[in-house]
Design a protein around this ligand. Structure first.
Ligand code: AMP
Length: 216
């Protein structure tokens, strides 16, 4: 199955996408994580996007379309994939249609994780991320077992630069302006499935897995 997770920053897309990825054994492709890895490695691409990412703005569409096209052509994505954080603009959604067409594939399902703005701000300020595996924690609702250490990798958790309050506000504005139309685009296509992202994590997980099994 080829699945997209869409929703505002901090909606829980990454966490849910990781669970679905493990359950159905298809890769979790997070464009945000890919960019952060490039930035950390100090690559040319990483340096090129650093200022844009840390300010909460969006990286250029053409560059993102190219990165995703290359990633989707890798062999691990043949049997299916989960895209998280892409497409984020209508231009990217249309480009993805072209990429899918050229590969003889289609998007089977778009999961829209719906969460109101006040919950987003609260969540992002409590979010910590594992710099090694990318797993997210919430220090209030979903803390790690050991103080500030990843349960899986046992390395200290970090606060993402773009989870600072002023950047969170910018990211939400960008979401409303550029990404909300993408949700509408997939709704029109009849592939959108909306999930209430304020439900308990375990309930969302159960609901999602049952729904995907039903569609396979
Ligand atoms: P995320 O982890 O998905 O919240 O992404 C973190 C940041 O990476 C975003 O705020 C953007 O600056 C950048 N980014 C990730 N995915 C995209 C995309 N599809 N298009 C443009 N910028 C992106």
């Amino acid at each position: 199955m080829n699945i997209i997770f869409v929703g505002p920053p901090g909606a829980g897309k990454g966490t849910q996408a990781q669970i679905v990825s493990k359950t159905f054994k298809i890769p979790h492709i997070s464009t945000g994580e890919m960019l952060r890895a490039e930035m950390e490695s100090g690559s040319k691409l990483g340096n090129q996007v650093k200022d844009v990412v840390t300010s909460g703005k969006l990286v250029d569409d053409d560059l993102m379309n190219q990165i995703v096209k290359e990633r989707l052509s890798k062999s691990d994505a043949t049997a299916g994939f989960i895209l998280d954080g892409f497409p984020r603009t209508l231009n990217q959604a249309k480009s993805l249609d072209e990429i899918m067409k050229s590969m003889g594939k289609k998007i089977d399902l778009v999961v829209y994780v719906d969460v109101p703005e006040n919950v987003i701000v609260e969540r992002l300020s409590a979010r910590r991320t594992c710099p090694k595996c990318g797993r997210n924690y919430n220090m209030i609702t979903d803390p790690p077992k050991e103080d500030e250490l990843c349960d899986d990798c046992h390395v200290p958790l970090v606060t993402r630069d773009d989870d600072k309050p002023e950047t969170v506000k910018k990211r939400y504005e960008v979401y409303l302006e550029l990404t909300a139309p993408v949700v509408e685009y997939y709704k029109q296509k009849g592939v959108l499935f909306t999930i209430d992202g304020t439900m308990k994590m375990k309930d969302i997980e159960k609901y999602l897995i049952e729904m995907i099994k039903g569609r396979k």
